[in-house]
Design a protein around this ligand. Structure first.
Ligand code: GLV
Length: 325
C-alpha cells in the first residue's frame, strides 16, 4: 500500500514530483498556518506530514494522528531546523521520528544576523525613513551616529553552527568574540575565532552587541528576561534571529527606555506573526518578519531535505536528517 503524506504547505514543484513518485499526497493550498483544530481534522489518515515551523504539532494532534486506524502517523519531516512547534515528548512516547533541516540554513541565517546587526547599530532603517520623510536638511557631524563594529565585543549566546558562522563574519568586521554556550566547543574553533568563554552574567555585562543563537527549550525560554536585559552593558545592542521565546519581548521597550539598551534587532517573535505594539512604533528597533533563512537557494534546500526524509522512509531506507536530542 502506498503511504499517504499530508503536505500542509506549498512546496517547490520538483519536491512534489519526488514525493508523488513514492506516495499519495494530500495538498493543502491555504497560505495561512493551520489551526490546531484544522490539523486535528486533516492530519489523521496520513503516514507522514511535512509541516512548517509555525504549524501546531501538539500532543493532541500527534496522538490523534497516530491513533488513526488505517494510516497512523509514522514520520514528521519539518521544513526548518528549529522544531519547538513539535511536542517532542509526545513524538518520543509515540515512537514517531522527527526529521528537520540542520546545517543548510546556517550561512543564510548568519548573513541575515550580520545584516540585522549592521542595520541596528548603524541605524539603517531609521536613516532611510529620515531621508524619505524629507527630514534631511544638511550634513552634520553627529547625524544618526551609531556603534562602530571594529573593536566592539560581540557576545554570542549559543556557539553552535549558526553562532559560529556569525562569529566568523564578525571577526572579519574586527569584532572580539565572547560566548556562552551549553556543552563543549571544539578547541580548534575557539582558537580560530580567538573567542573567550564567559558565564551568562559576564557576557551580559561585557558585550557591546549580544546575538542569540540557542534553540528554544524549557530551559532557554526567556533566558533574556527583565533581569538579564537590565544587566546588559550600558549602550549595548541586542540581536535575535533564533526564536522569539528566548527573550521577554514585553520588557524590551522598557529596557530601551529606562535600561541599558541602545538598540534591538529582531527577526523572531514569541507569537508570530504578532509583534508587540510597544515595539512597532520605535525607531531604535529594527523588525523583520522571520526571514533568517530566506534565500531562494536555502529555502529550496530546506524543502528538499524534508522531502529527502520522506522519500527515504517511503523506500524503507534509513531516514536522513533525524533530530536527535
Ligand atoms: C528557521 O527559523 C528554522 O528554524 O529553520
Amino acid at each position: 500500500m502506498r503511504p499517504r503524506v499530508f503536505v500542509p504547505a506549498e512546496l517547490p514543484r520538483d519536491c512534489l514530483q519526488r514525493l508523488e513518485a513514492v506516495a499519495d499526497l494530500s495538498l493543502r493550498t491555504e497560505q495561512l498556518p493551520p489551526s490546531e483544530d484544522e490539523m486535528l481534522r486533516r492530519l489523521p489518515g496520513h503516514d507522514a506530514c511535512i509541516p512548517l515551523l509555525t504549524y501546531p504539532m501538539t500532543r493532541q494532534v500527534l496522538e490523534t494522528a497516530s491513533a488513526s486506524p488505517d494510516h497512523p502517523l509514522k514520520l514528521v519531516a519539518q521544513v526548518a531546523v528549529g522544531i519547538d512547534n513539535i511536542d517532542l515528548d509526545a513524538t518520543r512516547q509515540l515512537g514517531i521520528p522527527v526529521a528537520h533541516t540542520p546545517g543548510v540554513l546556517t550561512e543564510a541565517t548568519a548573513d541575515l544576523t550580520m545584516a540585522l546587526m549592521l542595520a541596528t547599530t548603524r541605524r539603517i532603517v531609521e536613516a532611510d525613513r529620515f531621508l524619505r520623510d524629507g527630514s534631511w536638511s544638511h550634513w552634520s557631524l553627529h547625524l544618526l551616529s551609531g556603534l562602530q563594529l571594529q573593536g566592539a565585543r560581540l557576545g554570542i549566546l549559543g556557539l553552535g553552527r549558526i553562532g559560529t558562522a556569525v562569529a566568523r563574519r564578525a571577526r572579519a568586521f574586527g569584532m572580539k568574540i565572547l560566548f556562552t554556550t551549553e556543552g563543549e566547543v571544539p578547541e580548534d574553533v575557539v582558537r580560530e575565532l580567538e573567542a573567550e568563554r564567559r558565564t551568562l552574567p559576564q557576557l551580559l555585562a561585557e558585550s557591546d552587541v549580544l546575538t542569540v543563537h540557542a534553540p528554544l527549550t524549557d530551559s532557554t525560554h526567556h533566558i533574556l528576561d527583565r533581569d538579564a536585559l537590565f544587566a546588559m552593558k550600558e549602550g549595548a545592542y541586542l540581536v535575535n534571529t533564533a526564536r522569539g521565546g528566548l527573550v521577554d519581548e514585553t520588557v524590551l521597550a522598557e529596557a530601551l527606555e529606562d535600561g541599558p539598551l541602545a538598540g534591538v534587532g529582531l527577526d523572531v517573535y514569541a507569537d508570530e506573526p504578532s509583534v508587540p505594539a510597544s515595539l512597532v512604533g520605535r525607531d531604535d528597533i529594527v523588525l523583520l518578519p522571520h526571514i533568517g533563512s530566506s534565500t531562494v537557494h536555502t529555502r529550496h534546500r530546506m524543502a528538499s531535505m524534508a522531502v529527502d526524509a520522506v522519500v527515504a522512509w517511503a523506500n524503507n531506507e534509513p531516514v536522513p536528517h533525524l533530530f536527535r536530542d
